[in-house]
Design a protein around this ligand. Structure first.
Ligand code: ATP
Ligand code: MN
Length: 460
């Protein structure tokens, strides 16, 4: 295996013969020489390659090399007279692996719209923007595992196929081997004939199962795919997305918020330190000030704000909202943005939401009206984390299930965790793709995941 281009760019000139593998970004001809920019996705920067055209046995090959072609150049690194790079490759030989005919190859030098690039998701990682997203996504993913590993959290694999109906039944994808014509609604479905002998779905969250492991291993986290048949065609929703869900035993809402803040700051810092070049690119071409904004988020403490106070602040604001604010209703994205961008100019953790708009498992406050929930809101995006302290009292949980018309039988094991060795515990869910979106400043979540799945779209 040969070295990656990113390492060659910072190497010193040398007489050693090396090989450079990649895809041609540009080709430029002069009388005696041919100049190429070769990129292998290891960096935004390409390596400049100079080939002497007078070497007759490669003249034929050179003619067939154009933008998009895959090549191996052999040569040695020399000091570059150009000011854009330290070194360049003086090539003596080239192998052309695959041509990319200029009349049909879609990625010519001009800039393409992100919408167009979505239609060619098989070629878009060869562009600057999408390859930079892929590298930042990779670093974030590494930083997340690193953070939890260092803190002694155990990575738990929760099921992808779930037969326990946990939350929001409306937005689940059903998994079945029953003949589709038996599901047309004309007669009741006999799930005993289905693969699992009961109704099954793709998971919408691994939280309930993570709680099981937290109540044995103390601190755990999940990091896996999550599915929601959400019919919301927004720039922040996917039908298949990745979620990180830490769960901590012997932990209350205060501890939960502290971990959420520390964790976000850790992964943002990691990206600022390890993706400098890509972040400079996003700052210049995608979202002004994005790197600087992240730096500020890392330096300042997050704001803590009870929901009731948030509603009051929004009421007092002179701004006209599309959706009026009312106690008991969920905050809309416009409200979240107003709080983070206009009022506090920082991430805001909103706590203690009305119980009616949150899930049954969140711990009931003494007022009987609100629950120990917390959403982390960030500028530009709104909600990035949703979490809570869990209800650890058997009686209260049982009556909360009844209030929400959920059957105790379906949650027997979840209730058992409150019967045996129950303890205050808390956790949160972080949408991974939303983090990538936030960090890069990309406007649309479809451009931060390799192959987005949304309503009416599952191409590639
Ligand atoms: P929203 O109100 O934005 O739809 P939610 O309240 O449904 O989010 P949770 O159920 O709390 O979200 O999920 C935890 C996290 O998962 C969210 O904070 C968000 O970052 C992410 N998330 C939720 N739904 C989606 C989705 N359809 N696509 C991408 N990320 C999502
Ligand atoms: Mn949602």
């Amino acid at each position: 295996m040969n070295d990656r281009i990113v390492h060659m760019l910072d190497a010193s000139p040398s007489e050693d013969l090396i090989q450079v593998e990649g895809w041609v970004r540009t080709k430029r001809d002069s009388k005696n020489f041919c100049f190429f920019e070769v990129n292998d996705g290891s960096s935004l920067r390409s390596l400049q390659v100079i080939l002497d055209k007078n070497t007759s046995d490669i003249a034929q090959t050179i003619n067939r090399i154009s933008t998009g072609a895959s090549v191996t150049f052999t040569g040695h690194l020399v000091e570059s007279p150009g000011k854009n790079q330290k070194v360049e490759l003086q090539a003596s030989d080239v192998i052309l692996h695959g041509e990319a005919p200029a009349d049909t190859y879609p990625l010519q030098k001009k800039r393409h719209s992100l919408e167009f690039l979505r239609e060619i998701a098989h070629l878009r990682p060869r562009t600057n923007t999408i390859s930079a997203v892929a590298r930042v996504r990779n670093e974030l993913s590494y930083a997340i595992h690193h953070y939890f590993h260092e803190k002694g959290f155990v990575y738990v694999h929760t099921p992808i196929i779930s037969a326990s109906d946990c939350e929001g039944a409306g937005e689940m994808f059903q998994v079945t081997t029953l003949p589709l014509n038996s599901l047309d609604g004309s007669k009741p479905i006999d799930y005993s004939r289905d693969f699992f002998g009961k109704q099954a779905n793709l998971t919408v969250s691994g939280q309930l199962e993570a709680e099981i492991y937290a109540l044995a291993l103390k601190n755990v986290y999940t990091f896996g795919p999550t599915f929601r048949a959400e019919n919301s065609n927004t720039a922040r929703h996917l039908a298949e997305f990745w979620m990180i869900e830490p769960e901590m035993a012997f932990c209350t809402l205060e501890g939960d918020m502290a971990v959420a803040e520390d964790f976000l700051k850790h992964i943002f810092t990691h990206v600022l330190e390890h993706c400098e070049e890509d972040m400079a690119f996003f700052t210049k071409w995608v979202q002004k000030g994005v790197a600087e904004g992240l730096q500020q988020v890392v330096e300042k403490p997050f704001i803590h704000l009870p929901y009731t106070d948030a509603v009051e602040l929004l009421h007092k604001s002179p701004k006209e909202f599309e959706y009026p604010v009312a106690w008991g209703h969920d905050l809309q994205s416009e409200h979240e943005k107003y709080l983070t961008e206009e009022i506090f100019k920082a991430p805001v953790i909103v706590t203690d939401y009305p119980k009616e708009i949150k899930a049954f498992y969140m711990k009931l406050n003494d007022d009987g009206k609100t629950v120990r929930a917390m959403d982390v809101l960030v500028p530009r995006l709104g909600e990035i984390i949703g979490g809570s302290e869990r209800e650890s009292r058997y009686d209260v949980l049982s009556s909360r299930l009844k209030e929400q018309d959920l059957r105790e039988d379906d949650y027997w094991w979840y209730l058992d965790l409150r019967r045996y060795g129950s303890v205050p515990h808390a956790g949160f869910g972080l949408g991974f793709d939303r983090v990538v979106q936030y960090v890069t400043g990309m406007q649309n979540i479809r451009d931060v995941i390799p192959f987005p799945r949304t309503v009416h779209n599952a191409e590639f």
